[in-house]
Design a protein around this ligand. Structure first.
Ligand SMILES: Nc1ncnc2c1ncn2[C@@H]1O[C@H](COP(=O)(O)OP(=O)(O)OP(=O)(O)O)[C@@H](O)[C@H]1O
Ligand SMILES: [Mg+2]
Length: 460
């Protein structure tokens, strides 16, 4: 049944009812191939998926969805695409017409059958079932879900509501074409996003955690001592044969050499270089040369590992060559005087597309909702946490506070709270991260008072 936003909100208020036999096991916002039963056509939509799980039997699950197709909203229970029950479901056949690029095709292909094992529902078009009413109750509690669907749809269709590509879209655009450096404030989700992208696409992953005392050999690889035991046949004593230990030097791949080796064997390899600019510039030169392609569009890595002798008796150094399109580096960095990071060197900057990743309200909203659901807390808390975040930002802009509030701190307030009521207290306990200290190292009282008042006001 197609509904306008207003109609759906009305329906959510009148029919929304939490089914006490079920809990919400998972929620997900996603691009979705909407199979319209009325017109028998499949079209692009953006959906909110809510998976219900029976309290007494976690294997008993129901898939409920709300989707927006650019004009109308739809809700339904049980879905052939998501449960993969109907082999060759129409939506599956139409993936190519819905997806706009390779990343979207992969995403949708992975979504097919993601919730196999659903218990099914006798619900038929036009009527709503009790699971559907549970979804309506969620929408009634958090109507912003519908705005997120509109934003999500427009983001996919029109490069985001502000006409700009979202961070995810930029990453999809540049994947395996241009290395990227995610730059943003701490706790804004850079590292998480990099891991999520690689895992979602099932690319091979290598990881480097950059730090100030990192050396190029930590990145590339180096020789390590290895002890080999050799059996000395026939030379044993009364108790059997003897062994001799031979110490030799063997090559151990660092993440860069390992990434090259896997990319050479034909795999798509993403190398996440976390905190890239904490590493001293001279140690990063290895990366500059490794990421300089030859005329055949290949990257060439000289490992400094001796793999034999030439006719002239000189050591032959190992080189690993991989196709450019198989190796992609995703760097992350904070930027600004308050962080221990270097300015990016021009040669290195040339090899990366720099993408800003700040804390964005819409994204924070869905992440906080997810965390609250995981702890079985009321998702209405998201609104309060975002209110706190925005108040904090305002106090910072006004010069009353200097330190940032970020997503990590808000997520932790949910994760570390004893129960839902303990969330404001957990925020209070993070006070030292937000206030300045005076000459004696004591927290500035006026800032403490300001924040205390703000938290209390928002959470009472
Ligand atoms: N998409 C997401 N879904 C769920 N949780 C997320 C997401 N993005 C970030 N988070 C939460 O926010 C926290 C901070 O994210 P992350 O560690 O990626 O930030 P960062 O920008 O890399 O920070 P830093 O600059 O300090 O390294 C994560 O530990 C996680 O709890
Ligand atoms: Mg990080």
């Amino acid at each position: 049944m197609k509904l306008t936003k207003k109609d759906l909100l009305k329906k959510a208020a009148s029919d929304g009812k939490v089914h006490s036999d079920y809990t919400v096991a998972e929620t997900l916002y996603t691009l979705f191939p909407f199979n319209d039963q009325e017109t028998k056509s499949v079209r692009r939509s953006f959906a909110f998926i809510q998976i219900l799980e029976k309290v007494t039997d976690p294997n008993h699950k129901h898939i409920t969805l709300a989707a927006y197709d650019g004009k109308h909203f739809y809700t339904w229970c049980s879905d052939a695409f998501l449960n993969g029950k109907m082999k060759n479901a129409p939506a599956m056949r139409n993936i190519k017409t819905i997806a706009k690029d390779k990343a979207e095709t992969t995403h949708l292909t992975d979504l097919y059958g993601k919730y196999a094992g659903e218990s099914g529902c006798r619900f038929w078009a036009g009527k709503t079932c009790s699971h559907d009413n549970h979804l309506l109750a969620t929408i009634d509690t958090d109507p912003s879900i519908l705005d997120s669907l509109i934003d999500g749809y427009e983001g996919h269709d029109k490069r985001g509501s502000k006409g700009k590509r979202s961070t995810q879209q930029l990453l999809a655009k540049y994947s395996f074409k241009k290395h990227v450096l995610l730059q943003g404030d701490k706790g804004s989700g850079k590292t998480y996003l990099a891991h999520q992208l690689v895992d979602d696409n099932k690319w091979e992953k290598e990881f480097i955690g950059g730090h100030e005392s990192m050396e190029s050999m930590d990145i590339l690889g180096h020789l390590v001592q290895s002890v080999d035991e050799h059996e000395n046949k026939g030379q044993g004593d009364l108790f059997g044969s003897s062994t001799t230990s031979v110490i030799s030097m063997r090559w151990k791949d660092g993440p860069l050499a390992s990434a090259f080796r896997r990319a050479r064997s034909g795999k798509k390899v993403a190398l996440i270089f976390d905190e890239l600019l904490r590493v001293p510039q001279r140690e990063l030169n290895i990366l500059v040369s490794a990421l300089t392609p030859n005329a055949k569009r290949e990257y060439v890595l000289r490992t400094q590992n001796g793999v034999g002798l030439s006719d002239e008796g000189t050591v032959i150094e190992e080189t690993i060559v991989c196709p450019m399109e198989n190796l992609w580096v995703i760097g992350t960095t904070n930027i600004g005087a308050q962080y221990a990071v270097d300015e990016i060197d021009e040669a290195l900057a040339d090899r990366f597309r720099i993408i800003r990743k700040d804390s964005e309200i819409d994204e924070m909203k869905s992440i906080l909702n997810k965390e609250l659901i995981a702890r079985k807390f009321d998702i209405a808390v998201t609104k309060r946490l975002l209110h706190f975040f925005e108040s904090h930002e305002k106090m910072r802009v006004d010069g009353k506070l200097h330190k940032l509030c970020n997503m990590r701190q808000l997520v932790e307030a949910i994760q570390l709270a004893d129960d839902e009521g303990d969330i404001p207290e957990t925020l209070h306990e993070n006070m030292m991260a937000w206030v300045d200290t005076d000459m004696d190292g004591q927290p500035k009282q006026e800032q403490v008072e300001l924040l205390t008042k703000t938290i209390d006001k928002i959470f009472t």
